[in-house]
Design a protein around this ligand. Structure first.
Ligand code: UN1
Length: 517
């Protein structure tokens, strides 16, 4: 079992600290999942130094050998899939079916990248002079520091670390304070897969302490690349620190994801998609639905269908298979959600679901499964009559809440979809090719779905956003390799003499006096 107070894990090295934080089961706050220690600045520095030292050897380990460890890692996750999924559900509360999906996404990521260890292709490039060869190589960047969120505690770390390690980088990870036990096992599986000591270093702790120390490590020259999944405000801060140090971080930030339903859409399909986009994982995905934009002609019919589906949802015990959603990730996420309801609603808004806020024994959801007082459960909230000037239109809420807006045509739908300032995910339901074409061309989000929900990215497509959702970096698929390698250009002159590029060339001269006819 995990040592009480574990704050730094680095293969053979384990250190504890005297400042503790508890990981509790949000479906049952009395269930303490683990007690971890907070890594302070000196432990964060130690983790970075170990990563730096380990980089010297790791970068020289042949990429197919590095990838073989990732292959083992994927196999180990697969073998432990059910146990790990159960820990995810117990620790951060997503329904077991989704937890299995979270873990599966890490397996898919390993499977995708294993053969990348046999590629990491560079190019051979023709030179403009004889007896000279040009090449490009992908080189690892160095120490990769990363802070991740608690909502996808297995999939998202795998998006970062699988390609980072295959490319030859070493890592320092501050996982979310809401999922330290899951992260502990993630690291253990990597080491059991055969990773040498010092290459993967985990510093446990909270954002304000351990996270800040890891960001400070950039200023101290201990980090070469930063990755962050979380809020836009923290992402901007990391972007500033990295920018001052001439580094480009990989930032995956918030969203206010739109889902449009046009007049010709399959309303049954669209309402199922909207329900999943809005309330899956209790709305705590970066890709969760923010603004549902309905064409005026189907609005009333659609809302009726949607509310029928909402009323049938089962909320509660996330270990049960047929639960629509479980608890909030932690008490803090619940408080933030309640605060959003308190502060973002305005007089002209209409709540389509009652009651709202926290589900309790005395204020219970009809289809509740389990004991609501044991954990932090919230009602689904749908806010109608939202206008573009409203704060709630462009504020990420990260809970079981979404807005409804109305549009007259595709132009207005796209404008409403784009104007929040975010640009992560998006979706449109329509069967008109012209609408789809215009939507794909004009939507500003990094990801979009046609006749599918805003969530549910697959492990081999680029994941990431624009505007307040990120800095244009992409995770997953072949595209992420650019995040974890730097290009090196090599020219090798075998002529035995100094050949000057652009000057000692022998280009043919055309007879420009020649004209036809
Ligand atoms: C996230 O919310 O940070 O597309 C990741 C999805 C998941 C990943 C979400 N596959 O919803």
């Amino acid at each position: 079992m995990v040592k009480k107070g574990l704050s730094l894990l680095s293969g053979g090295l384990e250190e504890t600290s005297n400042a503790f934080f508890e990981s509790t089961n949000p479906a049952n706050l009395k269930d303490i999942v683990g007690v971890f220690g907070e890594a302070g600045p000196s432990q964060v520095e130690k983790a970075c130094s170990r990563a730096k030292e380990a980089f010297k050897k790791w970068r020289k380990t042949p990429a197919p050998v590095r990838a073989s460890i990732i292959q083992n890692f994927g196999r180990l996750i697969e073998k432990n899939k059910e146990a790990l999924s159960q820990i995810v559900t117990r620790e951060m509360g997503k329904p077991i079916k989704e937890a299995r999906g979270d873990v599966q996404e890490a397996i898919d990521t390993c499977n995708f990248f294993v053969s990348e260890g046999r590629r990491l292709y560079g190019m051979t490039v023709p030179s403009e002079m004889p007896n000279k060869e040009l090449y490009t190589y992908r080189r690892p960047i160095g120490v990769f520091a990363c802070i991740t969120a608690g909502n996808f505690p297995v999939a998202v770390p795998s998006w970062y670390f699988v390609p980072a390690l295959i490319a030859g980088n070493t890592c320092v990870w501050k996982p979310s304070q809401d999922s330290p036990l899951t992260s502990y096992y993630f690291a253990q599986l990597l080491y059991k897969a055969g990773l040498p000591d010092g290459i993967f270093n985990v510093v446990f702790g909270k954002g304000r302490t351990t996270g800040e120390a890891l960001i400070d490590a950039v200023n101290k020259g201990l980090v070469d690349k930063f990755g962050f999944t979380g809020s836009t405000s923290v992402g901007m801060k990391i972007g500033e620190v990295c920018g001052r140090n001439l580094q480009v971080p990989c930032l995956e930030l918030g969203g206010k994801n739109p889902l449009v339903v046009m007049e010709d859409a399959d309303l049954e399909l669209a309402s199922t998609g909207a329900l999943w986009a809005g309330f899956g994982t209790a709305g705590q995905r970066c890709t969760s639905l923010g603004n549902l934009i309905l064409h005026q002609s189907i609005r009333e019919k659609f809302i009726k269908l949607l509310l029928e589906k909402v009323s049938k949802m089962k909320i509660g015990d996330p270990t049960k298979e047929d639960i629509a959603y479980g608890p909030m990730i932690s008490e803090k996420f619940m408080k933030d959600h309640l605060n959003n309801i308190e502060t973002l609603l305005e007089g002209h808004h209409k709540l389509l679901t009652e009651p709202n806020g926290r589900i309790t024994g005395s204020k219970k959801w009809r289809g509740f499964v389990g004991d609501p007082d044991a954990g932090v459960f919230c009602f689904p909230t749908i806010v109608d009559n939202v206008q573009p000037k409203d704060k709630i239109y462009s504020t990420e809420t990260f809970g079981p809440l979404f807005n409804i807006m109305t549009c007259k045509n595709i132009d207005e739908a796209i404008k409403l979809a784009n104007d929040t300032g975010y640009g992560l995910s998006s979706a449109i339901y329509t069967n008109t090719p012209q609408y789809v074409y215009q939507w794909k061309e004009e939507i500003s989000a990094g990801m979009t779905s046609i006749n599918n929900s805003t969530t549910g990215a697959e492990a081999h497509l680029p994941f990431g956003g624009n505007g307040k959702s990120g800095n244009g970096s992409r995770q997953s698929g072949v595209w992420v390799i650019d995040q974890f390698t730097k290009w090196q250009a090599v020219n090798w002159d075998l002529s035995g003499k100094l050949q000057l590029a652009q000057i000692d060339t022998h280009y043919a001269t055309p007879d420009l006096n020649y004209t036809i006819g």
